[in-house]
Design a protein around this ligand. Structure first.
Ligand code: FDA
Length: 453
């Protein structure tokens, strides 16, 4: 049993917690970060699997993610662009594969016109939304009452146009079915990325990667904190009051501090026993936030064979098990890597069959885009964040129908000495590392202000 005292205790050594810790330390406050896992980074994790370096969690950086880009530059990390030379492929409702270039899928002219129109409608609405306060939109209540699926059905009768627009937010971002979240939540997702057009454009949203993996960001942030980051310290209880907090871990460590930051996914708060309990509002609100679910599939080949066919590797279809896939070859690697994504209901379905059957079905889906060679990778790996005790889903959390307008304004409010921060609560950069870093800076600023008065 040991005991330490700090100005600030931060729970969670992900991008949020480590950003906040560095900021409060720079401001002259003492800090400790308690991390449940035996590594830092949370949803950022680079590992070597069967000889292949894989980014198991978050990896892409987009040009407008200022907070993340500033951190990458400040840490002296190098980036490289996603491979994108050649044709993309799309599989339509009729099962036909078409090669194309540009952002709009090769669909029938009438469907294309509907997709373009819907993107314009969404861009107009998104431009009216402040991603940090979407609940303040004049129609927020109405937009939060209707599922994104139902809202799209009101907009157009063109099923393929609807399926594509839905997929950009549902399968590809919130990783929940489009009937499970509101139109307002969809607008927040798009506003957090600058516009709906940005989400549609893989060249923006999936622009570049960090050499050595994006986990370099939390690793380097943690290096700067040295012994102030403690691993294998799952926080089990928090006693709180006007004088501060007493935090206890499963490893027998007690930390007393004036301020506490919970820098973990909100679905995990119930793992901690609060004394006194959190106020009723937080107890209710946190139950309306749930994680999405996606399997990130990595398939490594002896060479990027699709490039020989003039393919960029970018593939998309609302009708395929792997609804999107990309060339994910590592910087300087001779081997070729494809990354595919299986989301929400289809992800549930493939976890009901054996691992071998799942692999076969997923590779079959990739072969529809790239040909039979895709069925024989030399390394195959499924990132399964749903099975991770300290995450429980991917990419992040979102509100159920009506939750955003009901609770959004309270989401980031402090409770006495306790503050809540993570990418799941971000406005700009929501669900992304950029949002995690923004939340880390914000919460540190609030703490410094609270401490200095
Ligand atoms: P995060 O979950 O990373 O950190 C919280 C930490 O708290 C964890 O380390 C956890 O172990 C710890 N913890 C939890 N409970 C605890 C307790 N009781 N005691 C102590 N510690 C506790 N983003 C992006 O920008 N580009 C991308 O390409 C992608 N792609 C992507 C793919 C996949 C598969 C995933 C899972 C995620 C992404 N993301 C992404 C999202 C991005 O990775 C994510 O939003 C941020 O890394 C979240 O950072 P946080 O620090 O907010 O939470």
């Amino acid at each position: 049993m040991s005991e330490i005292t700090r100005d600030v205790v931060i729970v969670g050594a992900g991008a949020t917690g480590l950003t906040a810790a560095n900021d409060v330390k720079k401001a002259g406050l003492s800090v400790v970060v308690l991390e449940a896992r035996d590594r830092v980074g949370g949803r950022l994790w680079t590992d070597v699997i069967d000889g292949a370096m894989l980014e198991i969690g978050g990896q892409w950086v987009s040009p407008d993610q200022d907070a993340l880009k500033a951190t990458i530059a400040e840490l002296g990390l190098e980036t490289y662009p996603r491979y994108r030379d050649g044709d993309s492929v799309y599989i339509g409702r009729d099962g036909a594969l078409t090669r194309f270039t540009g952002e709009i899928f090769p669909v029938a002219p009438a469907t294309e016109a509907e997709i373009v129109r819907l993107i314009e409608v969404l861009d107009t609405l998104v431009a009216q939304i402040d991603p940090d306060r979407p609940w303040e939109h004049a129609d927020a209540d109405a937009l939060d009452r209707i599922s994104f699926e139902a809202w799209l059905a009101d907009q157009t009768d063109d099923v393929e146009a609807r399926d594509n627009i839905a997929l950009f937010i549902a399968g590809a971002m919130l990783t929940k079915p489009a009937h499970a979240f509101s139109a307002l939540q969809a607008l927040l997702m798009a506003a957090s990325a600058g516009s709906f057009s940005n989400l549609v454009d893989a060249d923006v949203i999936l622009d570049e990667r960090v050499v050595g993996g994006l986990q370099q960001v939390p690793l380097r942030l943690a290096e700067r904190l040295g012994d102030d980051v403690l691993l294998n310290q799952a926080v089990r209880s928090v006693e709180w009051g006007d004088a501060g907090v007493t935090v206890r871990t499963g490893d027998g460590l007690t930390v007393r501090a004036g301020q506490l930051v919970l820098a973990l996914a909100p679905v995990l708060y119930p793992r901690i026993e609060f004394s006194p309990p959190l106020p009723r509002l937080q107890q209710q609100m946190h139950q309306h936030l749930s994680m999405g679910f996606v399997i990130k599939v990595h398939a490594v080949y002896d060479r990027p064979f699709w490039r020989e066919q003039g393919l960029s590797g970018t593939a998309f279809s609302p009708y395929e098990l792997s609804h999107e896939a990309y060339d994910n070859t590592n910087h300087g690697d001779e081997r070729g890597t494809l990354v595919g994504f299986v989301s929400d209901r289809p992800a549930d379905d493939v976890f009901r069959i054996s691992a071998d059957q799942r692999k076969e079905r997923i590779l079959e889906s990739l072969s529809h885009y790239y040909g039979p060679e895709a069925k024989n990778p030399i390394v195959y790996y499924e990132s399964d964040w749903g099975a991770e005790e300290w995450t429980r889903g991917a990419y992040a959390a979102s509100f159920d129908l009506g939750g955003l307008s009901r609770y959004g304004d309270d989401l980031r409010a402090a409770v006495g000495p306790i503050r809540f921060a993570c990418s799941d609560m971000a406005g700009a950069g929501y669900q992304h590392v950029d949002g995690a870093i923004r939340m880390g800076h914000l919460v540190a600023e609030q703490i410094v202000e609270a401490v200095r008065g």
